[in-house]
Write a protein that binds this ligand. Structure first.
Ligand SMILES: [Zn+2]
Length: 128
């Protein structure tokens, strides 16, 4: 089953449970958002609650939050790339260089996660 199929199936299931499809789309992936019976907006693809923007201030916060999430994704993919490369190198200097970069990236990831956590205090995602 592809992830698209999975998302569609999940959305259908939620709609059967009383959620409604809205005109809003997810700022991260563009998938139409569902409004859950609790009144919260939810992206089935990202599997997270999405804050629908209502004011300029809220919009700024949401933009920052999703910006940070994008940065985190980039940093994470670099970490994965580097760790694959690290597995291939044998020269001690190369290993050292990769290790330093990896450490920096992991630190950055930790900081970004902390920032996202602080930003998201008022809006908790789905507990999975
Ligand atoms: Zn999404």
């Amino acid at each position: 089953m592809t992830s698209e199929d999975y998302v569609a199936k999940k959305m259908a299931q939620l709609i059967r449970q009383g959620a409604t499809l809205t005109q809003y789309t997810c700022p991260v992936c563009g998938t139409p958002l569902l409004r859950l019976r609790s009144g919260k907006y939810y992206c089935a693809k990202c599997d997270r609650e999405v804050v629908v923007v209502r004011s300029d201030e809220e919009e700024r916060e949401v933009t920052i939050r999703y910006g940070l999430i994008n940065v985190r994704d980039v940093v994470f993919s670099k970490i994965m790339e580097l760790s694959r490369e690290l597995g291939k190198v044998n020269d001690i200097d190369d290993v050292n260089r990769y290790a330093v970069t990896l450490t920096n990236l992991l630190n950055a990831l930790g900081m970004i996660n902390k920032l996202i956590g602080e930003q998201g205090k008022s809006t908790t995602g789905p507990q999975t």
